[in-house]
Ligand binder design. Structure first.
Ligand code: UDP
Ligand code: MG
Length: 314
């Protein structure tokens, strides 16, 4: 019998929190009315996370282990978990560090039963540093204002997603994945659920600044045409300004007989527009880069080993 609901949890160097996570989920599972499995994905950890989840999955049949061949990053680890999850009704996506309380499953499940395909968690409060909070706050608002889909504010990957939506996600071949955006793009009935985000139960953030920046880029360049449109508009604006300037110069020369001056202004204009051109090239490059990686058609990730119901598969 397949479970009704799957937890999918990507883990990267999380051996410190893992025992706490398992304890919380075990306690929760005893109280749940539906059958549940837990898919733990090791994203090429350098500590002993992989060994720990292998042991667990061999001794407790409710836990499964998916080991990736290297560190592919959170979004791809999550994708690997989603395609391995067997839950027939819905899949609950949470982080491994207990910032997303697994105990919200019954509340999310109620909404799922009421006909919502996606129940996404919305952070009311974040227990994180001031700078990080401000950066997140600004990013989500910028993304919302320039995106062609209506990505909900202050919500991450923490969500309960119906089987039919997960099936669509699994079929989407996008290489640069921004799952919260893809989830929104799919549609059906979606609803937010407010909660207070805890701080990490143990260890440090596994999202380096570089990884966070990559995620933000994927959000913007995969779900917005704004940067490209901005370039065209800037170009138009520059042409308009230069025409006005040209007319002004001609008037000065032929009517007032002033010789045009302003070496500094000339230099300024050249430097300014060289910068604008370089940035424009970079923006186009972001889109080209995405085409480049996509056309290669490489698999999104490689699974090294998979243990389902205490048996090694594949
Ligand atoms: N994670 C992952 N691969 C990575 C980085 C992070 O699978 O390369 C996992 C990590 O173990 C955690 C989740 O993604 O379960 C969210 O990461 P983290 O809590 O470090 O991010 P933050 O909450 O600081 O943004
Ligand atoms: Mg975290």
């Amino acid at each position: 019998m397949l479970p009704q609901v799957s937890f999918v949890i990507p883990l990267y160097n999380e051996s410190e929190v893992l025992p706490k996570l398992v304890e919380r989920i075990n306690k929760l599972m005893d109280t749940l009315p539906m059958s549940v499995e837990v898919v733990l994905v090791d994203d090429g950890s350098r500590d002993n996370t992989a060994e720990l989840i292998q042991q667990l999955s061999l001794t407790d049949k409710r836990y499964h282990a998916v080991l990736l061949a290297r560190n592919y990053g959170h979004q791809l680890a999550l994708s690997a978990g989603l395609s391995s999850a067997r839950g027939t009704e819905a899949i609950m996506v949470i982080d491994g560090d207990l910032q997303d309380p697994p105990e919200l499953l019954p509340d999310f499940y109620d909404l799922y039963k009421k006909g919502y395909d996606v129940v996404y968690a919305v952070r009311k409060k974040r227990k994180e540093g001031f700078f990080k909070k401000m950066a997140y706050h600004a990013f989500y608002r910028i993304l919302k204002s320039i995106s062609y889909i209506d990505i909900p504010l202050d919500s991450g990957d923490f969500s309960l997603i119906s089987r039919r939506v997960v099936d669509v996600l699994n079929k989407m071949p996008e290489e640069s994945r921004y799952i919260r955006g893809m989830r929104t793009w799919i549609g059906f009935k979606q609803i937010g659920f407010e909660y207070e985000r805890d701080s990490r139960a143990a260890g440090d953030s596994k999202y380096s600044f570089k990884k966070l920046l990559k995620l933000a880029h994927n959000g913007i360049f995969n779900f917005s045409e704004f940067p490209i449109k901005l370039i065209s508009n800037l170009g138009l604006f520059a042409i308009l300004v230069s025409l006005v300037y040209l007319v002004n110069t001609l008037v000065q020369k032929y009517i007032y007989h002033n010789v045009p001056q302003g070496f500094t202004a000339l230099l300024f204009a050249i430097i300014l527009f060289s910068g604008v051109q370089l940035i424009s090239l970079g923006i186009i490059g972001e889109y080209v880069l995405r085409i480049f990686f996509q056309v290669k058609g490489r698999p999104l990730y490689i699974i090294k080993k998979k243990i389902i119901e205490a048996e090694v598969v594949d």
